[in-house]
Every structure is written in structure tokens, then in C-alpha cells.
Write a protein that binds this ligand. Structure first.
Ligand code: GLN
Ligand code: ZN
Length: 769
């Protein structure tokens, strides 16, 4: 369709840009500062330069309104806490002594003071620092950072729009401070917080901001009437003063639902909405509320969190519809581009066919500009871009990489029976008991043993060609033998090979599966100075050859005890990758599941009787809205079962999960139909054991009795007391003894002591049965 050239003033904008710089200069500067190698002044100079480069890049690309304030030394939610003066009491002295060091103390803690808790930013893989609030919290405005960054951008002659976390989202993301009643509701602080926001807004206006953006992604989640009311009150109050800048309230990651009406009716000047596939309902909802007469609409049509080129034709159709629904329509990416890597053109090693389909932050920026141009001047103005876009999309759709007939026909032929084991759990359990001959309260670990410097050096040596594959594999085998002999000596019942050959639990498999691609520079911020390079799941997935069988069988050949094979499950393989957007997630999960099914079956055929398929991401990938949970859990559990149902009844399937509360997904855990699950539980004192019992969970479970997130060694007495607690909920015939998670981040010293204590605790409690 041809967009009418009615939006002559259509602007192109984005809400945020990758912070790290082309060569992760930000990480280097900050870590250098922590180590005392970089001065505070040098750090400030580096970051100012990074901001300038980003703005210049955006402006040169044709972005007519650049964001400011999206930069952060660590995290933008922490920046918001500083902006409103919500510094926890335990950090106040440090912040007063030195603002920058105090800031990092809140982020990372010090020898004596705990940091703020960190948690996932909605359903992304970015983590923010959770504000700690209480009835005594006093907010005070500190607009220094926001004002300074706005002035930097204005000094470059740019039109700039400060971006803040909105007050409602800020409070909804907060938790009660330590010592405050757990049922304290931070939203009760709204009336105290709003004047502080009003003050910051006035400061930004005085510094030259025409528009300020307030991000309210929390409003795309299910919200109670009281919460919606709070949003209405917030934007009525903030919309009232005469000396304020124009307000743009932004939402992303999903549809606004009931909150759309609230915001549309509020006296703010514009809304930014997500119009990508998962939030497409916004389009109908917007028409239903009568559009945004008199307001500005910023349309997030380019997906800001995947790494694929946009479908311009589709976006232009959406934009065309939107033109009639607001006074003015601008074009944006759906959310901050901080969730994607910087520049796809830096990927010189990736298959050029695939590179053509990739759009990172820089490419997405260009797409937004193209669409704005098309909207403003008609599609004739972007004929060349549209033709190129059509050709790239067609190439992707027709490529043998995305369309492998063998994979497709196999996936299409899957029946319900393929995802069901041949016998119910109770019968399998008897077969496994006979086959494995394990004691009550069997002991095991989650898979990885310490990834020592020697192992990392060996991997680096292999990459640099200092050793050959044979030399590398000898080192891996040495490590496996050592890990096994330690476990035998300690008296562990189900052994593991220790995963020494794996760089990462997703990357290791991605490297061996056809359809997956690695990037060289595709860094995205996970938290603070930690960046990850998620692999790209671009095509149909198949497994050209076995991935883990030789290591697991090598290990099994060294011992008479059962060695557990370890794999990463389909949901986690998707969750920690950039996933293709050209088919439903469930279809992609099914392909991965079938590849894993072959691996599981091959492991069994090679003599492995215990196979663990890790799904730590099952809970964290839950959609933001409850209405979407069932559909997700259906394909998620089905893909797990598909990968694990091809084995004999006597083969024991384990799964493992960590990082979260599981209370609300016990049914889904049950639906996995695994024989044994190990879960993180040490910190919550076996809470999850009670939750499983309450649900009537009928299978075996190993709630962790050793918190592996710290080097602390649990004593035998401590582990034994956790086990007794576990026995209150789970009968001895079904209780396993294991740590919370893998040991790869631990050192050998604490691993030895802790595992010995864990086995001793199991023996002690067994003797009481
Ligand atoms: N098997 C993996 C390990 O032991 C599991 C890691 C995880 O759950 N994150 O390291
Ligand atoms: Zn884990």
C-alpha cells in the first residue's frame, strides 16, 4: 500500500542505543576504574565520548530526535533510584563520600555491604537493580545526570528527548527494603514520588527539553484496577503543570490492554506504543479507544529486540492505518535498542547469506529512518529501499537454511505419541530402581565441575593453534578422569563427567547444530559490565552428528557407577539465543527438540542410563501476560517431552531448573514427565519441596542443599538439616541429594569440601530412616 504523504513531519526516533561502544570501551573503562587503572576523570571522558559517538551515529543516520539519559554506568533503574534519592540506608554514607563509588557500591556491594538485588528486566535477558523502598522512604530530586546528558546532546546541535523510567513502572519494579514488612506495597508511595518527578521534568524543561519520554513498560503486564488507577493519577498530576515539557509515555514488550484507555484519556501529549507482532493488538485497541486525537503517536514498528531485518511493507501498512488515529505519527523501534548488538556489518565471519537478514542497532536505526521517510513523502521516496528489503526477505524465505525439507517433514510428522513415554512414571520408576540399584537419598551433581584456568587456557590454546585437537582432547580426558575419581572417592552415587569441554551450556550445542550461527561482535548487556553474545538461531535445526556421546561414554567407560549424560533443553536453547521470527516459537522449539531427541536416544544406545535435560529458562520465558501462559507452557512442555520420550522405561530422565520461584509452574513441571528434577532450593530453605508436595507432585525431586552461588562451604549438619526438611515434604523413596546448580563457577577447594559434606549428610540422614 502507499502511505499518504499526510505525515509530512513524521520523525524517526529510538528510545535507547547500545551503551558499550564498538569495542566494549564502556566495559573496559569501568572495570579499569574498579581496578584503579582508570581515573574517574578518564572514565567520565570515555563515557562522554561514547554518548557523543552514539548520538552522532543516530543523527547521521537521519534520526531527528535522539534519546538522552539512556546511557548508564551500570543500569538505568539504578540511575532512577539515584534520580529520586532512593538510596538504601546501608549505602548512604558511601554515596555521600563519593557519588560514583557509592553508585558502584549499590550495584556490586562492598566487603561489608550487600548490593541491591538484581533481577530480569521484563522478559529480556537484561538485568536491573531492584529499588528498595519502605514507608519511611523520602524521595528527593536529583536531575544532575539527566540534565547534563541532555545538555551534551543539545550542545551538538541535536534535537534531544530525555528518556526516564516512568514513576508507575519504577514503583512496580521496587520491593520492600530489608526490614520492611513483606506486604508493603511500594505503589503507596506514588503521591510522594510524583512531586519529585515533576521537579525533574521542570529541570529538563529549563535545560531545553521540548519533549521528555517516560517509560512505562510495567503497564503491558496484567494490572489490577488499583494499579491502573495509580497510572491515571500519575499522568493526570504530571500532565497538569504549565511549565513542564511535553510528555511522551512509552510502552513496549507487549500490548497495553486496559492501560491504553487510561493513558489515552490522560493529559499527556503523546504515547509510544509497540506495534510488532506480539503487541499487534495495540492497533485494534487504539481504534477502539477512538485513537489519540490531539496527541502524538510514536509507532514502534521495527522490532527493537530481535536481530532480523524488518518487513517494510507490513510496517507501512500499519503506519498507514495509524495516520488516521493520531494528530501526528512518528516512527521508532519498538523498544530501546540496548537489547540488540551494535552493528551487523561488523560480522565478517558469518555466512554472507545470513548476514543479509540481520539488523542490529545500526541497521534498525536505518530502517526506522526509511519508514519515516516513506511515511512523510510517500513510498515513491523509498523505492530503492523497499525493493532491497523485498529481495532480502524473499532470499530469507526461500533459503535452504530456513527451509530444510527433511527437518520440516519430520517435524510435521510428529504425533502426540512421540511426546509420551511408553509407560507411566510409576511403572518406569520401578524399572529404573531395578536397573540402577541406587540407595535411598541418592547423591548427584548438576553436571559441571569447576571450569579451571587450565581448561580456559586449553581452549584458548586450541583456538590460537598452540595445541591441536588431539592435544586439547587429551586435556579434557585428563580432567574427566580426575572429576570421576574424585566423585568415586567421595561416594557420589550418580556421577557426571563435569562438562569440561563446554564453553557455555547453550553455545556448546549451538555450535554443533545446523541452523545456528555464532557472531563475533554481537555483544549485548546482560547486567553491569557483563555482556553476552547469544548465538543466532536462523534456520531449520538439525544435528549432523552426535554432540556429547563420546565424552559421556568415555566417562562411563572409566567407572562402574552410572554416569549421567547432560544436555540443554529446547526452551533454554531458545531463551538464551536470538530466535528466528519467521515461524512460531513452538515450531522452532519442536525442531530443537527433535535434534535433542536423537542425542538422547544415541546416549541411551551407547549405554547411558541416566540423562539430564536442563531447562533453567522454563520459568523465566513465561509470557508477560497470564492469558498467554497456557499456549507457551503447552509448546514448552511438549518440546521437552519430545526430546526425552524416545527412551526405554528403565532409562532415567532428569531435568534441572534454577534461578526462580517455581510455585506457579508446578503443573508445567509435572507435565514435563521427567523422572527426576533437581531445583535450586538452598537459599529458600527447601521451600520448593513444600510447593511440589502441595501440588501432589508424584515424581522424584532433588531440592538443592548447597547454595553454589557463594564460595561458602555448607557443613554436614546444615545439609542434613535441609534434607530432613525436604523429607517433611517428599518421601525418602523420591528424595535426591544435590547442589542447587552446576559447579562451573566454583573453585576446587570449596567444591571438594562441600561435596564431601553433602555425601556425609546423605549418609547421616539415610541412617535415620
Ligand atoms: N548442567 C549445567 C551445569 O551443571 C546446568 C547449568 C544451569 O542450570 N544454568 O552447569
Ligand atoms: Zn542451574
Amino acid at each position: 500500500m502507499t502511505a499518504k504523504p499526510a505525515a509530512a513531519a513524521a520523525r524517526a526516533t529510538v528510545y535507547g542505543y547500545p551503551r558499550q561502544g564498538r569495542n566494549r570501551e564502556l566495559k573496559k573503562a569501568i572495570e579499569g576504574y574498579w581496578k584503579g587503572r582508570v581515573t574517574a576523570d578518564a572514565l567520565r571522558a570515555t563515557t562522554a565520548e561514547l554518548r557523543r559517538t552514539n548520538w552522532q551515529q543516530l543523527a547521521d543516520a537521519g534520526i531527528s530526535e535522539v534519546p538522552t539519559g539512556d546511557f548508564s554506568y551500570y543500569d538505568h533503574v539504578l540511575d532512577t533510584s539515584v534520580m529520586v534519592g532512593a538510596v538504601p540506608a546501608r549505602h548512604r554514607a558511601a554515596v555521600e563520600a563519593d557519588a560514583l563509588d557509592g553508585y558502584f557500591a549499590m550495584a556490586r556491594g562492598t566487603q561489608d555491604v550487600a548490593p541491591l538485588e538484581m533481577t530480569k528486566w521484563f522478559d529480556t535477558n537484561y538485568h536491573y537493580l531492584v529499588p528498595e523502598l519502605g514507608p519511611d522512604t523520602v524521595f528527593t530530586a536529583d536531575s544532575t545526570k539527566q540534565v547534563a546528558e541532555l545538555k551534551e546532546a543539545l550542545a551538538l546541535g541535536l534535537t534531544a528527548r530525555p528518556v526516564l523510567v516512568g514513576p508507575v513502572t519504577y514503583l512496580l519494579l521496587a520491593k520492600p527494603a530489608p526490614g520492611v514488612a513483606a506486604d508493603f506495597d511500594p505503589l503507596t508511595l506514588l503521591d510522594r514520588l510524583l512531586p519529585v518527578y515533576a521537579e525533574v521534568l521542570a529541570d529538563l524543561r529549563a535545560a531545553g527539553a521540548e519533549w521528555v519520554q517516560l517509560d512505562e513498560p510495567a503497564l503491558v503486564q496484567d494490572r489490577t484496577p488499583a494499579e491502573l488507577n495509580a497510572a491515571a493519577r500519575a499522568y493526570r498530576d504530571l500532565g497538569n503543570p504549565a511549565d513542564r515539557p511535553k510528555l511522551l509515555v512509552a510502552s513496549y514488550f507487549d500490548r497495553l490492554g486496559a492501560a491504553l484507555q487510561v493513558l489515552a484519556a490522560s493529559p499527556v501529549d503523546g504515547l509510544a506504543l509497540d506495534f510488532t507482532d506480539s503487541a499487534a493488538a495495540n492497533l485494534d485497541d487504539l481504534a477502539w479507544v477512538g485513537g489519540l486525537p490531539g496527541k502524538r503517536l510514536v509507532a514502534g514498528v521495527v522490532n527493537g529486540r530481535n536481530i532480523w531485518i524488518n518487513d517494510h511493507q507490513k510496517s507501512l501498512a500499519t503506519l498507514g492505518t495509524l495516520l488516521g488515529l493520531a494528530d501526528r505519527v512518528d516512527v521508532a523501534a519498538s523498544c530501546s535498542l540496548q537489547h540488540v548488538p551494535l552493528d551487523a556489518s561488523a560480522e565478517q565471519d558469518i555466512d554472507p547469506e545470513v548476514r543479509r537478514w540481520l539488523a542490529f542497532a545500526r541497521q534498525k536505526t536505518a530502517e526506522v529512518v526509511t519508514l519515516a521517510k516513506g511515511l512523510a513523502r510517500g513510498t515513491e521516496a523509498i523505492t530503492a529501499e523497499l525493493a532491497a528489503n523485498r529481495a532480502d526477505l524473499a532470499a530469507r524465505a526461500d533459503s535452504p537454511i530456513t527451509r530444510d525439507p527433511a527437518v520440516r517433514s519430520r517435524a510435521a510428522a510428529v504425533t502426540d505419541a512421540d511426546g509420551r513415554r511408553s509407560q507411566p512414571y510409576s511403572e518406569r520408576a520401578a524399572a529404573q530402581r531395578a536397573h540402577l540399584g541406587l540407595p535411598l537419598l541418592p547423591t548427584t551433581t548438576i553436571g559441571s565441575f569447576p571450569q579451571t584456568d587450565e581448561l580456559r587456557v586449553a581452549r584458548a590454546d586450541l583456538r590460537a593453534g598452540r595445541i591441536d585437537t588431539a592435544g586439547y582432547e587429551e586435556r579434557i580426558k585428563d580432567e574427566i578422569r580426575e572429576v570421576l575419581s574424585f566423585q568415586e572417592k567421595t561416594g557420589v552415587d550418580v556421577l557426571v563427567h563435569g562438562e569440561p569441554e563446554r564453553n557455555d551450556m547453550v553455545q556448546y550445542f549451538a555450535e554443533q547444530l545446523t541452523g545456528y550461527f555464532a557472531t563475533q561482535h554481537g555483544w549485548v548487556q546482560s547486567y553491569g559490565t557483563r555482556y553476552v553474545r547469544p548465538p543466532i538461531l536462523a534456520g531449520d535445526i538439525s544435528r549432523p552428528e552426535p554432540m556429547t556421546v563420546r565424552w559421556t561414554t568415555y566417562a562411563q567407560a572409566q567407572t562402574a557407577k552410572p554416569v549421567k549424560g547432560m544436555l540443554t533443553g529446547p526452551v533454554t536453547m531458545l531463551a538464551w539465543s536470538f530466535v528466528r521470527d519467521d515461524q512460531p516459537l513452538g515450531d522452532t522449539a519442536r525442531q530443537v527438540a527433535l535434534a535433542l531427541r536423537d542425542e538422547v536416544n544415541d546416549l541411551e544406545a551407547a549405554g547411558t542410563s541416566v540423562i539430564q535435560v536442563d531447562e533453567p529458562a522454563l520459568r523465566e520465558t513465561l509470557p508477560l501476560r497470564a492469558a498467554d501462559h497456557t499456549a507457551y507452557l503447552d509448546w514448552a512442555t511438549e518440546s521437552f517431552r519430545l526430546s526425552t520420550s524416545g527412551v526405554r522405561p528403565g532409562t532415567q530422565i532428569h531435568t534441572h531448573m534454577c534461578y526462580a520461584e517455581f510455585g506457579d509452574i508446578v503443573q508445567a513441571i509435572d507435565d514435563l514427565d521427567a523422572d527426576v528434577i533437581s531445583l535450586e532450593a538452598a537459599r529458600s530453605h527447601m521451600q520448593v519441596a513444600g510447593e511440589l508436595a502441595e501440588h501432589g507432585y508424584p515424581r522424584e525431586a532433588g531440592p538443592g542443599v548447597w547454595d553454589i552461588h557463594s564460595p561458602r562451604v555448607p557443613s554436614t549438619a546444615e545439609a542434613a538439616s535441609l534434607l530432613r526438611k525436604g523429607l517433611e515434604a517428599i518421601p525418602a523413596e523420591r528424595l535426591w541429594v544435590n547442589p542447587d546448580c552446576g559447579l562451573k563457577t566454583r573453585g576446587w577447594t570449596e567444591t571438594r569440601a562441600s561435596l564431601e559434606n553433602l555425601v556425609a549428610a546423605a549418609r547421616e540422614v539415610r541412617s535415620e530412616l
